[in-house]
Design a protein around this ligand. Structure first.
Ligand code: NAD
Length: 462
């Protein structure tokens, strides 16, 4: 099929390449000429494992092109909307300006009978409003909502093999036809027996919002337990392992640490609350306000823990922050807890040397006053405390007994803000070790047969 993908960021670029790899003829449209120029050469404008190879392959095969001119996508049968829906600068609600602009541009070019498919995360009720706008311009056109659940760092896999596919469609025959069009588009994805659900537009919008609300709540739940452990001397990683064996609870997304961030969960739980408040049902989601507050408290807690480990004062001390991206395998620093901690430490007078395997350049744009370094050893040189703030495998696999590492730091002190290091190995190598939700001093009787505490980072949802 001939399709367009409007908005080629973290979601759209991967979706465009993924659709081309399924055999469709894809035109990616974005307003950012620099991004379009890179994509058109088959180069990824951000770090996402597997994306450069997929882009190049599809561009070279002639199935995938990129443009800033929406009229070049006028003959598409299906138009995906994948533009950003950030938080408004001065309110909790979503800023729908980009979605509205994308729909206005499409309305000028859309062909008779075409289908617009929303993938951006939008407040409930948006799809129906956009449908009215599209039908005003082209009465035979239709609109469906197909929320996206990809996780940055796993986006290629999640696009081609998602956990489920959800279609929100209009009622009646046209809705059935729209679902059939989407089935045709996703035939290669659905072939393996992937769960596929067809529902009304509003429910499909709510599926995405509630999935993110649930994930955020699960993370803040375990971080609330970390606060309780810190107050009582308990160990949150033991606690998570023990409750996680209960299949009703599950161990995934139960890693206590620095909390969630990125371009999705924080703004999505705020936009969800704002929309439901607008609809007169605000108290149903008031708990999300607490989820947000617990999450933001983690950043302050880690900054405080760093100060404690440095001996009570941080001004003038040299701190190394390892990790700036909001999660590993991504260069995305939007609302990044790691960058937040680095900036807080800098604001109270620490000299912060920071290093991220992929996100230094993006971080520098948001926080130019940090001292960015190109390697772990460079960042930890002379450090009085090392903070591991994003659980990249490069950091998880560091050898705490490495003579170079021990020689580089001024003091062997580490804050494991993500609970991703092997505490015993670091302590055995002579490091003073602190981690959220775990006692400052090890408890000799604490043992677990589960590898839960050392599970590789469980990726945040989009
Ligand atoms: P992004 O900021 O990386 O990308 C958005 C892109 O849209 C940018 O390249 C921007 O230049 C472009 N754009 C803006 N206005 C445009 C217009 N009028 N026409 C064409 N292009 C335009 O954002 P993202 O992370 O890709 O997120 C996009 C949407 O997908 C959001 O609603 C987000 O909540 C949702 N989402 C994101 C993820 C994720 O992991 N990033 C996962 C699921 C859902």
């Amino acid at each position: 099929m001939r399709i367009s993908v409007v908005g080629c960021g973290y979601l759209g670029a991967v979706h465009a390449a993924g659709m081309a790899s399924l055999g469709h003829d894809v035109t990616g449209v974005d307003v950012d000429p620099a991004k379009v120029a890179l994509l058109a050469r088959g180069e990824a404008p951000f770090h996402e494992p597997g994306l450069p190879e997929l882009l190049r392959e599809q561009v070279d095969a002639g199935r995938l092109r990129f443009t800033t001119d929406p009229s070049e996508a006028a003959d598409a049968e299906v138009h995906f909307i994948a533009v950003g829906t950030p938080q408004l600068p001065d309110a909790d609600a979503a800023d729908l300006r980009f979605v509205d602009a994308a729909i206005e541009a499409l309305a000028r070019h859309i062909a008779p009978g075409a289908l617009v498919v929303g993938k951006s995360t939008v407040p409930v009720g948006t799809a129906r409003r956009l449908l009215d706008r599209i039908r005003l311009a082209q009465p035979s056109a239709s609109l469906a909502w197909n929320p996206e659940f990809l996780r940055e760092g796993h986006a290629v896999r999640d696009t081609l093999a998602p956990d489920r596919v959800v279609y929100g469609v209009v009622a009646g025959e046209r809705g059935e036809r729209d679902a059939a069009i989407l089935d045709g588009l996703y035939a290669g994805v659905l072939a393996g027996g992937m769960p596929r659900m067809v529902m009304d537009l509003e429910t499909s919008e709510l599926v995405k919002a509630s999935a993110n609300a649930f994930l955020a709540t699960k993370i803040s739940f375990i971080n609330a337990m970390a606060e309780v452990c810190e107050a009582t001397g308990g160990d949150v990683t033991m606690l998570a392992d023990a409750i996680g064996f209960d299949a009703r609870i599950g161990r995934r997304f139960l890693n206590s640490g620095l909390g969630f961030g990125g371009g999705c969960l924080p703004k999505d739980i705020r936009a969800f609350q704002a929309r439901v408040e607008e609809l007169g049902s605000g108290k149903s989601l008031r708990f999300l306000d607490e989820v947000d507050k617990i999450n933001l408290r983690r950043r302050k807690r880690i900054a405080r823990m760093t100060r404690e480990l440095a001996g009570g004062t941080i001004a003038g001390r040299r701190v190394a922050v390892l990790g700036l991206a909001f999660k590993p395998d991504s260069d995305d620093v939007r609302d990044s807890p790691a960058l937040g901690v680095a900036s807080q430490l800098r604001a109270v007078g620490a000299t912060v040397r920071a290093y991220d395997p992929q996100a230094n350049a993006n971080a520098r744009r948001l926080a130019p006053d940090l001292d960015y370094r190109g390697s772990v050893l460079d960042a930890v040189e002379g450090a009085e405390v090392v903070v591991v703030a994003t659980e990249w495998s490069e950091f998880r696999e560091l050898d705490p007994a490495s003579p170079e590492l021990l020689a580089a730091v001024a003091h062997a002190r580490v804050v494991d803000a993500r609970n991703c290091l092997d505490r015993d190995a670091w302590r055995a190598a002579g490091w003073a070790y602190r981690a959220p939700g775990r006692p400052a001093e090890p408890d000799a009787v604490a043992t677990s047969t589960s590898a839960g505490a050392l599970l590789p980072a469980l990726a945040f949802a989009g």
